[in-house]
Design a protein around this ligand. Structure first.
Ligand SMILES: [Zn+2]
Length: 247
């Protein structure tokens, strides 16, 4: 099977709607193709976000659109159905951010809290846009030099495959009002984003843990570098990951 064919089938594959032989072919392809594996992981992340998103009574207009979309879903390619789900999540997370910021506006906004919100938004955006990588490689000696000349600092890049968290690539991102390095690690089908940039103060030396919109977030500052790790892996695994990264 070729990537294009597999890409069209991934949604149906996840939903368990494929004939067993077709499903097996998709699984075989995904086992050997990193690109399609990443696509599948992204779809699964979106699926988890949809399942985890708080339940709201939908406005009548939206409900009508969803019912309409469902009625047509037999003729709708799966990727469209997944894209529709992503839009629903986007509007949900958008309104949550809005409500959160409106609530927070009443009191002084802690700058670290603000960055934490940005970190989670950036993680979700990268998964949804399927733009996790500018450089896709499991080799730290490929990923680290890629940032040369693109940032005014050189991010520390370590592969953690030995610890069970392989590096899969990196990209440029923009956070806290500056360009930052985003390093991408995986744990099974889960994605961990680590955002890195220089930090003048060593104010937060111990790890700061929080949960935002269902995502686990860890923040620490070490040797003049600010780290933010965010993922939907469970808290214990993220803790273990951070520990491995700090070694
Ligand atoms: Zn492929």
């Amino acid at each position: 099977m070729e990537c294009r064919e597999v890409e069209d089938l991934l949604g149906a594959y996840l939903d368990g709607e494929l004939e067993p032989p077709v499903s097996a072919s998709v699984r075989d392809h995904v086992d050997t193709c990193a690109t399609c594996r990443q696509r599948l992981a992204n779809l699964e992340s979106i699926g988890r976000m949809v399942r985890r998103a708080p339940y709201y009574q939908a406005p009548a207009g939206l409900r009508a659109q969803v019912i309409h979309a469902r009625a047509r879903s037999a003729a709708t390619p799966h990727w469209l159905a997944w894209a529709a789900a992503a839009v629903v999540v986007a509007s949900l997370t958008g309104s949550i951010v809005f409500v959160t910021s409106a609530t927070r506006a009443a009191r002084a906004l802690d700058p670290v809290d603000a960055v934490a919100q940005e970190v989670v938004s950036s993680h979700v955006r990268a998964l949804m846009a399927a733009h996790l990588f500018d450089v896709q490689s499991t080799d730290q000696h490929t990923v680290k030099p890629w940032f040369l000349g693109k940032l005014d600092f050189s991010p520390p890049v370590t592969d953690l495959a030995q610890a069970g968290y392989p590096l899969t690539g990196g990209r440029l991102d923009y956070l806290a009002g500056r360009p930052v390095a985003a390093l991408v690690y995986t744990r099974g089908q889960h994605t961990i984003n680590v955002f890195v940039w220089p930090e003048a103060s060593d104010a937060v030396s111990s790890s700061d843990a929080r949960v935002i919109r269902g995502f686990h977030v860890r923040h620490w500052v070490r040797q003049g570098t600010s780290y933010w790790a965010v993922s939907d892996v469970n808290d214990a695994e993220l803790e273990q990951f951070v520990h491995a990264l700090q070694q």
